[in-house]
Design a protein around this ligand. Structure first.
Ligand code: ATP
Length: 278
């Protein structure tokens, strides 16, 4: 037997049949590994020798108490912020050798206001120095994949918040990142747009099965959009538990109102509450 959870309170157990090896050897599972991560701000320790290993090709949500270092975690492991100490490897490769994209919470400041939406999407490919024809080919392929109904010839200020964040996400995807980081990408959107954007993100994830790391303040969102929820403790921050979200994709309304969803939420909330009261 193998516990499906990482932590002290397994929610379920998964049977493994040791007597019957698979006919075809499974492909080697690539891992994202963080070892000995340390970070302090003006002497205030956020991470001190933090370790975690997560499977790549999955959607991972990071959830925890206010100020525990959720954003700092993805800023550090995406290379946006320098670590004081530690190592991050993506399938054995360093950050510099991994294609990474990042979607910020504040979409209003993230897009270049002097560029049309479409040239915002082109921008990362320009930075990579790709010729115009190749850029156009890649952008067309991306737009065909996601069939967005936005006038991309317009400037960002003429788009709604959700449309601007969709453009930010497309811009992040145009380089075909191996790892996509999103820091509370929908928290500044209204409820209707948030529901729509969660569906869009699911579609992106289901189409590509790339590694996604999502910081969320909203436990329902974290569970809806993740294969695993990383529950963090108060500072100095450790992993309280990695919860397997064994719900089927897509996470439709039937799934997000199912008994299993409620049980997973209950479990995460119990751990979270115990942690904030500690
Ligand atoms: N650039 C910085 N300079 C100084 N302190 C920082 C910086 N970035 C983060 N911190 C501090 O590190 C701690 C963790 O911040 P972080 O934003 O990562 O937490 P969080 O869990 O994402 O927070 P929240 O739940 O409020 O979104 C906080 O105390 C924050 O004030």
């Amino acid at each position: 037997m193998l516990t499906a959870l990482h932590g002290s309170q397994p929610l379920r157990e998964v049977a493994t049949d040791a007597a019957a090896p698979p006919a075809v050897a499974p492909a080697r599972q690539p891992w994202l590994t963080v070892r000995g991560l340390s970070k302090a701000f003006d002497g205030a320790v956020v991470y001190d020798g933090f370790d975690i290993a997560l499977p790549m090709g999955q959607s991972i949500a990071v959830f925890g108490p206010n100020g525990c270092g959720k954003s700092t975690f993805i800023n550090l492991i995406s290379g946006l912020m320098p670590m004081d100490a530690g190592e991050v490897l993506y399938d054995g490769q360093g950050i510099a050798d991994t294609r990474i994209s990042y979607v910020f919470q504040n979409y209003r400041d993230a897009l270049f206001p002097w560029r049309r939406a479409i040239t915002n999407i082109h921008y990362p490919l320009e930075v990579l120095g790709l010729p115009r024809r190749e850029r156009e080919r890649r952008v067309e392929a991306l737009l065909a994949e996601f069939a967005v109904s936005i006038d991309l010839k317009t400037y960002p200020y003429k788009l709604s918040g959700g449309q601007q964040q969709t453009v930010s996400i497309l811009r992040a995807l145009v380089t075909d990142p191996e790892v996509l980081f999103l820091d509370e990408p929908f928290s500044a959107l209204d409820y209707e747009m948030t529901i729509f954007m969660r569906e869009q993100l699911q579609r992106i994830f289901m189409t590509s099965r790339r590694t996604v790391l999502l910081v969320s303040h909203d436990l329902d969102e974290a569970i809806q959009l993740a294969d695993k929820v990383v529950l963090l403790t108060k500072r100095p921050t450790r992993v309280a538990e990695i919860v397997d979200i064994d719900l089927p994709w897509p996470r439709t309304l039937d799934v997000t109102t199912s008994e299993r969803f409620v049980a997973l939420k209950r479990h995460c909330l119990d751990r979270f509450t115990a942690e904030v009261r500690r």
